[in-house]
Design a protein around this ligand. Structure first.
Ligand code: FAD
Length: 396
């Protein structure tokens, strides 16, 4: 099989890359190891930086049909319950950043991209195809691809390989020969529940971050406000196999872990019967453009820069990578694939590194205790709208 561009991985990063390339007139092969798309029930937040890209890609109608556009971001002390800070979103965000802040179920975000790719055309998508080996020479990249249903192996030669295969990226391991990601020592319990199933006093329309010593909880509506997404981050040892995306979780575990939380938060946690558990892994912030790939292989999304979810930007950075990659491959100035990839990497790595570093810092702030917690709450009481905004990230 010969192909000019091949994308490995059909998650949010891979599908966004497929869409960006398709929109720029490129054709590509996309290989995804899963036999079908089944994104698990959890939500993600989309900053205006990435909603602006979806706008430019003509996806606002699709987004409006499935997302939620919260009016405020609220910070609460998870023990006292005090609202220590609030920042307006809604029209304030549109005026400042030319796009709204959105919250969306992962499955809805993924389906949006899949539908847009199908409509745009140019992408030959193969599910149940796992890339097992990658090598490259000056002219091509050579892939071994195993069909998961039959076990048979194909060989694919391609001029450009996009590794969008997530935090445990095999493309990265084989091409960069770098070690694996690191454990953060943090666990994420995630749940999505119908808003109508919750008592009236627990239904909320904002994004709320409850900050407690050594834990935090974030809640926000998705699916046009019909569902509430809740993620609780605690410190702890990972259960079983780290490479497995998520595990079932026992509701009693998280109830016990948050038993000292403010009653309003505790009531919410106790009202949810079904949780999934993620062991969070990341890499240190990128140190050079070399971490975005090598030669004719480029990494996007979590394969390149897995991060802690405390700035809510992992998927957003994957989508920004996709838009930038398509632009560099289409620009006239880059005469060869390696030159275009080098220009892409030089543009993207400092921003991705900054977002990774800020995500780590946010985790420390959310989990602060003692004097640091007192200082955090005081600072938020005085200057929340400024402290909770991230202009360098959201601005075009
Ligand atoms: C608790 C939590 C909360 C989060 N909240 C937010 C948020 O609010 N906002 C935000 O922007 N981000 C958030 N994120 C981050 C976001 O989910 C990820 O950054 C994003 O999903 C990464 O997408 P990806 O496509 O790079 O990787 P993945 O989603 O991991 O996709 C990789 C794909 O590659 C496939 N694959 C892997 N290996 C192979 C192979 N060898 N051959 C073929 N296919 C392969 C996999 O099956 C998968 O489909 C959160 C993450 C967590 C854990």
């Amino acid at each position: 099989m010969q192909n000019k561009i091949t994308i490995v991985g059909g998650g949010i990063g891979g599908m966004a890359t497929a869409l960006a390339l398709g929109r720029s007139g490129h054709s590509a092969l996309l290989l995804e190891r899963a036999p079908s798309f089944s994104e698990v029930g959890a939500g993600i937040q989309l900053g205006p930086n990435v909603v602006r890209i979806l706008q430019a890609w003509g996806q606002m109608d699709r987004l409006k049909a499935v997302a939620y556009f919260p009016q405020a971001l609220r910070a609460r002390n998870a023990i006292s319950g005090e609202v220590v800070g609030e920042k307006r979103l809604g029209q304030d965000t549109v005026q400042r950043y030319q796009a709204p802040y959105a919250t969306i179920a992962r499955a809805d975000m993924h389906s949006l991209l899949v539908a847009a790719v199908a409509q745009t055309g140019g992408i030959d998508m193969h599910l149940g195809h796992e890339v097992t080996a990658v090598t490259q020479d000056e002219k091509s990249v050579h892939l071994q691809v195993q069909r998961t249903e039959t076990g048979s192996t194909d060989v694919v030669d391609t001029k450009l390989l996009v590794g969008a295969d997530g935090v445990w990226s095999r493309v990265r391991a084989q091409v960069m020969r770098s070690g694996g990601p690191r454990q953060t020592g943090h666990l994420a319990y995630r749940a999505m529940v119908p808003m109508a199933s919750l008592p009236e006093n627990l239904r909320t329309q904002e994004v709320t971050a409850w900050m407690g010593p050594d834990f935090h909880v974030v809640q926000y509506p998705v699916r046009g406000g019909e569902m509430l997404n809740v993620v609780a981050i605690v410190h702890g040892d990972p259960p079983g196999d780290l490479t497995s995306w998520d595990h079932g979780a026992n509701a009693a575990e998280i109830q016990l872990l948050l038993s000292r939380a403010h009653p309003s938060l505790r009531d919410l946690i106790y009202a949810i019967g079904h949780w999934r558990l993620w062991a969070l892994c990341d890499r240190p912030p990128m140190r050079s453009s070399g971490e975005h790939g090598s030669g004719r292989v480029v990494l996007v999304g979590d394969a390149a820069h897995p991060m802690r979810p405390y700035l809510a930007q992992g998927a957003c950075m994957a989508i920004e990578d996709a838009a930038a990659l398509a632009r560099h491959l289409t620009e006239k100035g880059s005469s060869t694939v390696p030159k275009a990839l080098a220009a892409f990497a030089a543009e993207r790595w400092p921003r991705n590194a900054r977002v990774q570093a800020r995500s780590i810092r946010n985790g420390e702030i959310y989990h602060a205790k003692g004097l640091m917690q007192v200082a955090r709450d005081m600072a938020l009481r005085l200057a929340a709208p400024r402290l909770m905004d991230v202009p360098w990230l959201y601005r075009a």
